[in-house]
Every structure is written in C-alpha cells, then in structure tokens.
Design a protein around this ligand. Structure first.
Ligand code: HEC
Length: 162
C-alpha cells in the first residue's frame, strides 16, 4: 500500500533527524571544556587560579611566571627547564584547547610533542579538575599584556573554526 510505504519513509527520516540532533546535542554537552574561550577578565576564575598557580605551578614556572633560569637550554638529562608563562615565553602562542590539554595530560609524545619526547612537565589530570585547570589558565592569561592576549585570542578562534 502506497500510503503505508510513504508513511514508513517519513518515520525513518524523522527518526534519523532526531538521532542526528541528539548526537549533535550530546557532542555539544560533552565538548572538552578547554575548547571554549577561557576568559581572563573573569575575576572569579582568576582569583581561584592564582592560588592554584602558587601551590601547583610556581615551584617550576616561577612565582612571577618567569620560568627557570636559562629555560631555552637543555638540562644534563636532555630535558628542557620550565619555560616562563609571561610575555617572554611562548605559552601565549598556543590556543586555549592546547594549553588545557598540556596541563591536563602533560606533553604527549606523538600528539603535543614529537614521538619519544621526554618532558618534566607533569600531567595534572588526576590532581586538578577541569574547572581548576581553566582557573589556573585564566590567571596566567590575566597577567599578559593586551597585545599577547589579542594574538592568543586570535589563535584560539582560528583553531575553533577548523
Ligand atoms: C615539576 C615542574 C613543573 C611543574 C610543577 C609544572 N610545570 Fe609546566 N612545564 C614544566 C616543564 C619542564 C615544561 C617544558 C616542557 C618541555 O618543553 O619539555 C613545562 C611546560 C608547560 C607548558 C607549555 C608551555 C609552552 O610554551 O609550550 C604549560 C602550558 C605549562 N607547563 C603549564 C603548567 C601549569 C599550569 C602548571 C601548574 C598547574 C605547571 N605547568 C606545573 C615543568 C613543570
């Protein structure tokens, strides 16, 4: 019967549309928190992030975000010292999603570092929550001068368009 066949086709289409919409919604709800722009003017984030930075990052990256001395030269073990997070370093060259990933997972060889790469940057995924990682990054970003902030916002937006 034609009527039934048409009806069935529409039902299948409708189910398909609902499934796709559901998948998009699920993806949106579960998208990595690092993918959205981390706002350095949000004082709630910055105030909490400052405390996390002092307790968790300053020992290596410096209380004033200045990094370790001679941070461009490899140590005797072949690894790099901790770089500064201020304008003199290159933290501000990376989009938010990459910074989030680096703090959560450390430098992952073959993904955020060359294959076989060894690094002293710890992975904080088991000690800091996603929210805390966003807070500490908001604090670091809040110390940047306007030109660095503007450029970092641009690379963040470029990456999200991809
Ligand atoms: C035990 C020392 C140590 C601690 C603690 C540490 N880091 Fe690092 N971090 C490093 C080192 C060393 C590197 C450089 C890694 C490399 O290039 O091999 C690094 C690199 C980074 C980078 C990449 C910078 C770039 O320009 O590519 C980010 C971002 C970063 N750290 C953030 C943090 C944050 C945020 C914290 C605190 C939650 C933290 N680190 C705590 C040692 C540390």
């Amino acid at each position: 019967m034609t009527f039934l066949r048409i009806h069935k086709k529409w039902t299948i289409t409708a189910v398909g549309v609902v499934a796709v919409a559901g998948a998009v919604l699920l993806y949106w709800a579960n998208r990595p928190p690092g993918a959205t722009f981390i706002d350095p003017t949000n004082q709630d984030l910055v105030v909490r992030g400052k405390v996390i930075y002092a307790n968790t990052c300053a020992a290596c990256h410096g209380a004033k975000l200045q990094g370790q001395p001679n941070w461009r030269e490899r140590l005797a073990n072949g690894r790099l010292p901790a770089p500064p997070h201020d304008r003199s370093g290159h933290t501000w060259h990376h989009p938010d999603a990459v910074l989030f990933d680096l703090v959560k997972n450390g430098l992952v060889p073959g993904r955020t570092a060359p294959p076989g790469y060894q690094s002293d940057m710890p992975a904080f995924g088991s000690t800091l929550s996603d929210e805390q990682i966003i807070e500490v990054l908001a604090y670091i970003k809040s110390t940047w001068p306007p030109d660095a902030l503007r450029m970092q916002k641009e690379v963040t937006e470029q990456q999200q368009r991809r």
